[in-house]
Design a protein around this ligand. Structure first.
Ligand SMILES: [Zn+2]
Length: 528
């Protein structure tokens, strides 16, 4: 999520979610931190959405919950995906549909939209004209010259903006470290077709529910080889329905059938398309791998993972590949076949863009630190003044004045965790506790203390979950607690809460020292 400010008004570009990693247990998604604009929501003139991926639109429902009537600007497919998502949150957006080439004035921001090619159809870059200068934000993009929908990134438009003078260029850094050019989506046809030509029984394809181009390739191959296709899973069925209705997905008549209908067909006529290519535990593929889905994977089935592997998900997905293989499936993935190309511009494409746009200031966006630095390096190699290439981490504020961009400060930009229905309640401390529980389990100490002496009136009671111990563990711990309570009595400690923390600390220290273990310890003191 990027916020632009001009003449007292705010313009938001994208508002996505981040997906949790293994060290963020129990978290569903992570939102941008709205706290720096919360008091100024009435100044927001619009949200511009560059494309329909979750990491660009997933946070919008949460922002609209704070102010529902912010105009949301995007292309047809982007708005359709957003609207269907908002329906689940019972929000009807004030949607403003734009197409490549359109111009819109929103308060003090003059917006102009440019077609870009990406792994989801209908992507837009946005040029923002203000009295402080001209900004060009690419969103996510690549420069596939032969995309399935023949809609290429409009470099002629980039060039016209470059002629006018782009003062600040925000570019997609995701693939800045990858040399050369990202392969065309069309280059996958032979490998995908090979799968369909040779699979002896069912083909189960797993992909993102938004990857319309890739699924089009799968449909085309299935059709060519006389197979039928069923979409499996709510988000896949929903998104493909939207893409088909709007004409972004071309489905030959009779090709796609209801899942139930496939059950009576011969296995070698069946294709199933589902989600879960990132190893998400609740998605269809993981459940199939665990034998926890109505689709039972068996000998001779082919599973095609037709998508990327997002860093951080590797362990989960390798686990699933192993389980599917154990069940007898042949798993085809980007590691053993050319079944995936990235949706992002590689270094060669980025360099072209810098040379075409000739920006005065550059802010690499999208990607981790190493990607931002690699992208900055590319900008500098094309001749952008190194002082005018800014590496900005989350929360940094940048002023664009007299054609110069400069870091001017920082606003609060924490990770805001969504945990079930709780938004923003889970904190870093919560996650630290969960990690502790995961590593060491929990030990609860129940102490019945004599109110006169504050010493145990009865032997301490220990309750555990996920903590292993032997016969002597709790005797030793009890002795430590008695020592600590004796010292506390000498210092006349009488406060229950303090006594509880003294007991918990004594047990923690003992477990750490004696067993090299760090369970979470909870002490409960009851007056005898
Ligand atoms: Zn994207």
């Amino acid at each position: 999520m990027t916020v632009f400010e001009n003449a007292g008004k705010l313009l938001i570009v994208d508002c996505g979610v981040l997906f949790p990693e293994e060290n963020q247990p129990g978290i569903d998604v992570i939102l941008p931190d709205f706290s720096s604009i919360r008091d100024r929501l009435s100044d927001v003139v619009a949200i511009v959405l560059t494309h329909g991926h979750e990491d660009h639109i997933g946070g919008v429902p949460y922002l609209l919950k704070e102010r529902a009537d912010i105009p949301v600007i995007g292309s047809e497919l982007t708005l359709a995906f957003l609207t269907s998502k908002l329906k689940e949150h019972r929000i009807t957006p004030k949607a403003v549909h734009v197409e490549a080439g359109d111009v819109r004035q929103m308060g003090p921001f003059g917006l102009e939209f440019v077609a870009v090619n990406h792994s989801i159809p209908d992507g837009l870059a946005v040029a923002i004209r203000t009295d402080a200068g001209l900004v060009l934000h690419t969103g996510d993009f690549k420069m596939d010259q032969f995309p399935l929908d023949n809609r290429i990134t409009d470099l002629r438009h980039f060039a016209r903006l470059g002629e006018e003078g782009v003062d600040l260029f925000l570019t997609d850094s995701t693939n800045a470290e990858v040399p050369g050019f990202t392969m065309s989506e069309r280059d996958l046809i032979p490998a995908i077709d090979q799968v369909f030509a040779t699979a002896p029984r069912r083909i189960i394809v797993s992909s993102f529910a938004s990857h319309v181009h890739r699924i089009q390739q799968v449909l085309d191959s299935a059709h060519a080889h006389g197979r039928k296709v069923a979409f499996v899973g709510r988000s896949m069925v929903k998104n493909m329905g939207i893409a088909r209705d709007l004409g972004y997905l071309n489905i030959p008549r009779g090709l796609v059938v209801d899942f139930k209908k496939l059950e009576s067909m011969p296995d070698n006529k069946v294709t199933l398309v589902c989600t879960g290519s990132q190893g998400e535990p609740l998605a269809a593929l993981a459940r199939m791998a665990n034998g926890d889905h109505q689709i039972r994977i068996g000998d001779g089935d082919t599973v095609l993972l037709a998508s990327s592997l997002i860093p951080g998900n590797e362990n989960a997905i390798y686990g699933i590949i192993n389980k599917l293989t154990d069940l007898g499936a042949n798993v085809v993935h980007k590691g053993n076949a050319k079944v995936h190309v990235s949706g992002h511009a590689s270094a060669g494409e980025l360099v072209y863009c810098y040379n075409i746009v000739r920006p005065s200031n550059v802010l690499p966006v999208h990607g981790e630190s190493k990607h931002l630095h690699a992208n900055a390096e590319l900008a500098i190699r094309t001749g952008v003044d190194p002082d005018q290439v800014i590496i900005g981490r989350d929360g940094v504020t940048i002023d664009l004045i007299d054609g110069r961009a400069k870091v001017s400060g920082k606003v609060q930009a924490e990770l805001v965790y969504v945990d079930g229905q709780m938004v923003g309640a889970a904190t870093e401390e919560t996650l630290q506790e969960r990690r502790l529980l995961r590593e060491g389990g929990v030990v609860t100490v129940l102490a019945l203390l004599d109110p006169d002496t504050n010493m145990p009136a009865e032997p301490l009671e220990f309750l555990t979950r996920g903590f292993v111990y032997d016969d002597r563990t709790f005797d030793g711990a009890s002795a430590e607690v008695v020592k600590a309570l004796t010292r506390a009595a000498e210092q006349k400690v009488n406060d229950l809460k303090r006594l509880e923390s003294i007991i918990a600390n004594a047990v923690s220290r003992y477990m750490q020292r004696t067993y090299r273990r760090e369970p979470a310890v909870i002490a409960i003191v009851v007056d005898a």
